[in-house]
Write a protein that binds this ligand. Sequence first.
Ligand code: PEP
Ligand code: MG
Length: 567
Amino acid sequence: MIKGTAASDGIGIGKILLLEEASLEYTPHSVEDPAAEVERFRNAVNELIAETERDAAALRAAAGEKEALIMEGHISLINDPALKGETENLITGGQCAEAAYEAMCDMFISIFSSMEDEMMRQRAADVRDIKSGLLRILLGRRQVRVDDAPKGTVLLTRELTPSVTAGIKKGNIVGIITETGGKTSHSAILARALEIPAVLSVPNALSVLRDGQPVIVDGTAGAVIPDPSFDELNEYTEKRERFLKERAELERFRGKPTVGADGAEYELVCNIGKPDDAAKVMEFDGEGVGLFRTEFLFMDRTSVPTEEEQFEAYRKAALILKGKPLIIRTLDIGGDKEIPYMGLEREDNPFMGFRAIRYCLKNRDLFKTQLRAILRASAFGDIRIMFPLITCVEELREGRAVVEELKKELSILGVPFNKDIKVGIMVETAAAAMLADVLAAESDFFSIGTNDLTGYTMSCDRGNANVAYLYSALQPAVLRMIERTIKCGRAAGIPVGMCGEAAANPKLIPLLMAFGLTEFSVSAPSVLRVRKCISRWTRDEAERAAQKALSMTTVKEVEEYLSGLVR
Ligand code: PEP
Ligand code: MG
C-alpha cells in the first residue's frame, strides 16, 4: 500500500493508464522576422483559447457551471494583457515565441508560488497549465487526451491539469493518481465534482507504478494498492459497494429541511475559518454558519488585519450565504491558538490564562476594531455576534456594553448596520455551564463548545496522551453539563446550538435532540450525514435513550449503549 493525499472520496478499482506528457523540449533561437513570429504567437493563443472553450463546454456538461468557471479562469489568464504584451515585446526583441512565452510564464509562476495565499499559489498551477498548452501548440505536439480511455481506467499522471480533467468521461475513469498536487488544487476540486476517487501527491508515483498495472485507489483513506491480492479485491469491492450505497442514500437528504422522524425541525449549520469556506457551506447544503472562527483571519500574516480587511471578509461570507445566518465569533486566541506577532506572554497554564474574551476585553482597540467590522458587515446579511470562553456574567455584560457603544457611534456617523443584531456566547467552560441559567437571561443565544467544555470539565488536555482517555463528550460529567446548558437556554426561551465536534457524533445526536438542542453546527462535509442521523429519531425515542444514558455511571457504559443505537 502506498500513501498519498486523500483528495476525492470513494474506491476505484481498475487498470492504470499512464498519461505521458508530450515532450515540450525545443531549442531557443533568435528570429529574423519578429513580426511573423508575433503573428505565429497570436495564432497559437487563439487556438489555445478555442481549445479551452471546448474544454469548458465539456466540463459544464460533465460536472457543472462552477467547474466550467475554472476553465473560464484559464481563458482570462491566456488573455492577460501583461502576459501577452510582454511576450510580444520579447519576440519583437528577437526571441522565438516559445522562449518568450516560457520566460514570461515562469516569471508569473515564481511570483504566484511565493505568495502565502493558497488561491494565489493555485494560480501558479494554472499558469503552468496554460504554458504547456501554448508550447504544445507552438511546437505542433499532440495533446494528451483521455477521451478514449476504456472503462475501468485509473489515470496516473504527474499533475492532473484542468485541461486533462476536462476530457475525462465519467463512466470510464474510475480513479486518479498523481505525483503532485494538494487537496485544494483545481484538479482535486474537479475530481470531487466528477465524483472520481483520487489520491494525489503519491511519492514517486510515476516510477513505482506502471501502465496497465491493476490497482485500487482508496480516495477516502488516501491509499493506492498496486497489484491487489484476491482478498484485497474482495474487501475493496465490498467497501466500494458500501460507499456508493451510502452516498446515494445521503444525496436523498440534499435540499431537504433538517427534521426528526416526528417532523420536529432543527437547524443544521456549519463551522468555517475563512470567508471562502462559506462557498463550501452552500455546496454541502449547510443552512448557514454556526461558528466563524475569526482567529484564522489573524493567522498566517505578520500584522493584525485592519477594520477594512475584516469588514470585507465578514461581508464576503455574508454575501456568499445569501441571507442565511452567520454567527461570527470574536477573536479566540491564546490556549492552543498562537498568533506570534500579537506578542502574548508565555504562561505556565495557557488554557487557564489570558485568552479569548479575557484578552479582547483588555485590548479594547483590537476588540472594537473587530466588532465595528462585524457591525458594519451586518448590513449585508443575517450576522450575529458570539463571545468565546465566557466564565461569568460580567464578561458578557462588558462585551455587550462595547457592542452598544459602537452601535451608538455608527448611528451618529450614519453607517448602516443591523440595530437588532443578536449577541450570544459560547458555553465552553464548566463555569458557563453551571451558570447557564444566569447567562441565558442576558444572552440572545448559546452555542456549546464541546471541544473546550470536555477539556475543562474533565480537567484534561486531549493533547496529553497520558490523560487523553478521559477526553470524551460522552463522559457522564460532560453529558450533565450539556444537558444543563440546553435546558437552561430553553427555559429562558433562547436558541441553543452546539459547534463543538460532538455535534456531528451520531452517538450523541439523539441525546442532543432529547435535551432540546435547536442548532447543530458541523463541518460542511458532515451536513448530509448529520441530517440523515437526525431524521432517524423521534423526540420520544431520543428521550428514552437520553434517560437511560444519563442513568449510567461510566463513559464505557454510555459508549457501549449509544454505539448500539446508532442509526
Ligand atoms: C469548542 O471549544 O468546542 C469550539 C467550537 O471552539 P474551538 O474548537 O475553536 O476552541
Ligand atoms: Mg473553544
